[in-house]
Design a protein around this ligand. Structure first.
Ligand SMILES: Cc1cc2nc3c(=O)[nH]c(=O)nc-3n(C[C@H](O)[C@H](O)[C@H](O)COP(=O)(O)OP(=O)(O)OC[C@H]3O[C@@H](n4cnc5c(N)ncnc54)[C@H](O)[C@@H]3O)c2cc1C
Length: 405
């Protein structure tokens, strides 16, 4: 019996760990183009980038378990093609494996600006990305420009300010996170950063990069050209404009690829093939919505679930109930811990039963009709956890609100 796992990061290794925990004794081949087990990613925009943690500390629990899991771990090897009908998977080392089960956990790649990227331009996804950015920050550049005010961009901006650097954050939308959060909350993110000395430019696109030629002919970024003609001078530019799911190699596989690997409600992409983590999209029955969730906790939960579901199929046992999860996310920016449970939309009504946006300490509940779709808290962990517990039982609005007496 052979299970192949594509991706040796959070979702993939959690799936491997779960297979063993569930008593699977067959072969587990795990492949990943990285030459080392990928680092746990959240500290890469926080403690490691800040220089507070050595890189080795950024390791997640499933990675630490690898020596006990009896894996055929093939690092430096990518999955290159798949025939879903026969479950044969080709690898970059030339091998072709006929698998009984496949877990697709290839995550996503940071999106880059079009064109050549001169020195000084960074994205942040891997430990290497983090260390090369960190090395530049240690040289104390005169200004860092962060393109994109999503969570990665906002965390990088906060970490750079923590290092005493001048930062400009540029966002094309009129408010940060406008696609996922109602305007007031996006305005809170703007305010938080401005109050810490970040120059925040909103509603202006990026036209291109300013480049200078250095002695010896190499090129280095010197600024960001905006669509309104302004130039933000910067020696370091961090591009945080989202990610692309790693599915290119699955073209022609027979799987449906729509915003990642399209799965059914049990995370199955085809018979004997499951997907988990940042690469997987599935209809979450709790929200009646097809979603792809780029969050740490989801990679763990879905990795566990997908492995259990795959084993049930291989063993001809009853399949587990659909993967119905309340997404959970946190972000650390300055001395603020932002935590969110649920799936808000920009059109939800926002009610703040605790604290206030002005204090930068509050709990926000998101309401859609009779449902509480999400809770977001800033430095209010107890309340957020209480609402989260309620949401796992029911999304009923009154039940969520009852936490606040
Ligand atoms: C800098 C940063 C900070 C973050 N901070 C937070 C946070 O504070 N809170 C939070 O909730 N989430 C955070 N996240 C998100 C979270 O880390 C991700 O959701 C999580 O890592 C997803 O895990 P994954 O295993 O699905 O994908 P990944 O971690 O992307 O791993 C996918 C793996 O698949 C491999 N792969 C790619 N292509 C192939 C192929 N063809 N064959 C085989 N393997 C392949 C890749 O090399 C990679 O190792 C952060 C992410 C980043 C980048």
């Amino acid at each position: 019996m052979t299970v192949v796992i594509a991706g040796a990061s959070l979702a993939g290794l959690t799936a491997a760990d779960t297979l063993r925990n569930e008593g699977y004794e067959g072969s587990i081949i795990v492949v990943d183009p990285s030459t080392e087990i990928p680092a746990d990613r959240p500290p890469l925009s926080k403690q490691v980038l800040a220089g507070e943690w050595p890189p080795e500390k950024a390791q997640h629990r499933a990675a630490a378990r690898v020596p006990d899991l009896d894996l055929d771990l093939r690092l430096g090897v990518a999955a290159t093609a798949l025939d879903a009908a026969s479950r044969s998977i080709s690898l970059s080392d030339g091998s072709l494996i006929s698998a009984d089960g496949i877990v697709l956990a290839m995550g996503a790649t940071a999106r880059r600006l079009p064109g050549d990227q001169p020195a000084g331009v960074h994205v942040l996804r891997t430990l290497d990305d983090c260390l090369s950015l960190r090395a530049e920050l240690e040289k104390m550049p005169a200004r860092v420009a962060v393109i994109g005010a999503g969570f990665i961009g906002a965390e990088v901006a906060a970490t750079c300010r923590g290092r005493g650097l001048e930062v400009t954050m540029i966002e094309a939308a009129p408010v940060p996170l406008g696609r996922v959060l109602p305007g007031d909350l996006g305005a809170f993110i703007t305010d938080l950063h401005r109050s810490h000395g970040v120059e925040v430019i909103l509603g202006v696109g990026v036209e291109g990069l300013e480049i200078t030629s250095e002695v010896g002919g190499s090129e280095h970024v010197s600024g960001v050209r905006l669509s309104d003609g302004r130039v933000v001078e910067a020696d370091v530019v961090v591009v945080g404009i989202g990610v692309v799911p790693n599915t290119a190699w699955l073209e022609g596989s027979g799987l449906r690829l729509e915003n990642g690997v399209s799965c059914d409600a049990t995370c199955s992409a085809a018979p004997g093939i499951v997907a988990a983590g940042d690469v997987a999209s599935w209809p979450n029955p709790l929200y009646g919505e097809v979603m792809r969730v780029e969050q740490w906790e989801n990679a763990v939960e879905q990795g566990e679930y997908a492995a259990r579901r795959l084993l049930a199929e291989i063993r001809h046992e009853e399949l587990p109930a659909p993967f119905a999860t309340i997404p959970w996310f946190w972000s650390d920016q300055y001395d603020r811990k932002i935590q969110m449970a649920g799936r808000p939309s920009a059109s939800d009504e926002v009610i703040i039963p605790e604290g206030s946006l002005e204090e930068h300490r509050f709990v926000a509940l998101f309401r859609r009709g009779d449902l509480c779709t999400a809770v977001l808290g800033v430095n209010r962990p107890r309340h957020v956890m209480q609402v989260r517990m309620k949401l796992t039982e029911s999304l009923d609005w009154q039940t969520a609100l009852s936490v606040f007496g």
